[in-house]
Design a binder for this molecule. Sequence first.
Ligand code: ZN
Ligand code: ZN
Length: 560
Amino acid sequence: MIYRASILNVCLIAFLFLHLGVQGQRKSKNTTILIEQPTLKTTPNLVVGIVVDQMRYDYLSRFWNRFGEGGFKRFVNNGFNCKNNHYNYAPTSTGPGHASIYTGTTPSTHGIIGNNWYDKASESSVYCAGDENYNSVGTTSEAGKMSPKRMVVSTMTDQLRLHNQMRSKVISIALKDRGAILPGGHTANAAYWFEGGINGNWISSDYYMNVLPNWVSEFNNNKSVSKYKKVWAPLEDLQSYIESGADNTPYESVFKGEQAPIFPHDLPEIWTSNGDYDLLRSTPFGNSITTDFALAALEAEALGQDETTDFLAISYSSTDYVGHKFGVNSKEIQDTYMRLDGELKRLFEALDDEVGPGNYTIFLTADHGAVHVPAYLKDNKIPAGYLDKDGAIVSLKENIKYKYGNAALIKNVSNSQIFLDHKVIQNLDLSLREVQETLAQELLKQGDYLNVYTAYQLQNTEYSRGIPYLLQNGYNRLRSGDLMAVPNVSFIDYDKTGSTHGSAQIYDTHVPLLFYGKGISQGATNQRTEISDIAPTISALLGISFPNGATGRPINEVLE
Ligand code: ZN
Ligand code: ZN
């Protein structure tokens, strides 16, 4: 089809079919059929990437009846819904999630193996977006000493910039620094994140710029965020919130200064004891601030105002803070998603006004899901629980000492991984592989773990499905540990209140993936898609090179 049209080699050909009967169907007179030239690329004026931090796929269906027409429903009804979209690696946390969405690959390749991890070379913990070589812009604190340097491959935003000789503008925004920095890639014009505290300003790093542009300084000076220092009352009558549990349950954390996790939350009353503007992170107002700032960027940076495709990356972080605090079944999480729907509507309307309907392409996904609070599951007779990680390590060390005469073989435990001291193992003339296997067996005896994989296994076996496939994709030879532990399903290393994430299980991997706009077909699929398919899909749409480490594939049905 495409080749046949290309032979014609014309932009638009109008055929007049007169009295033409096709397979018994009689076409009307003067039917005009437009044959378009095959397009190797779709060039929306703007691509908008939205990441919702900690959004389970089922939030879409669970809160569906509470959504208006202009937000999530606009995506689903008019765009494309990948209903069976998954993270294809563990650990499922924020840094790796944002990096994987934008690089089209997994931690094994892009190197972001956690939010923080134990760095084997420097023998210290490092932060995924931290960089001592750069300084803060817009604050005197250290909150801007950041860069994307630990992500060792390019993003789709980088590829867009390379493709268009850096004429495409890329702006990336999130309350969380890593939620902005990693999507922006190495060549973003700017990434901005929120410094809470007493100022509540948007800041950056001199990796991107030396001073904040005027529009950002004005946004900060106008104290645009102060209007959210108000009471958080439910958006609608709380009695109508039948899609979530009771307002007061033992499965939720409580704000400092409050007696119970119940509405209304009087934010001015508890402001100072909860870190001033940092309090807004754990409320839906953090997402409103993010939309406000994104809309200011849209206008001030004139994004999508010419034919060179620009890219606006937005990550909504507050959903994660609210989920961690109140859990996935709380009234607070329901209210936060009902309000997020309104934020999406506001964003769509601004895009229609300023870029024009049909001139932009937008997608929405999440950086991971979240587990139901295990205490709640247990109370409902569903197997779940809490890991005694410290106890497990203590008894593991005792066993090591008994077996090898030395308890100092373990250097670090983080992200469900154990890092061994290779020097000590060498000095004791032990086989690294044997020590890994012995420790794996010891850890399994404790009963809290479904399985434990050794680095040797992951380096020497090619897994194609199940949990080991996910662990292998999350395993980075240079950066990961010696043992990868898989806790029992719905067992977490976390407080007894609130939800968390990070595992290779379905509740952490299954997240929404929605597309809408220019070049996107209308429909839905139940076929499995993976998070690393997003960047190749957008790259294929734009006709640009895939990110240089991409391992995913374009999702064919999504593209027109
Ligand atoms: Zn996250
Ligand atoms: Zn989180």
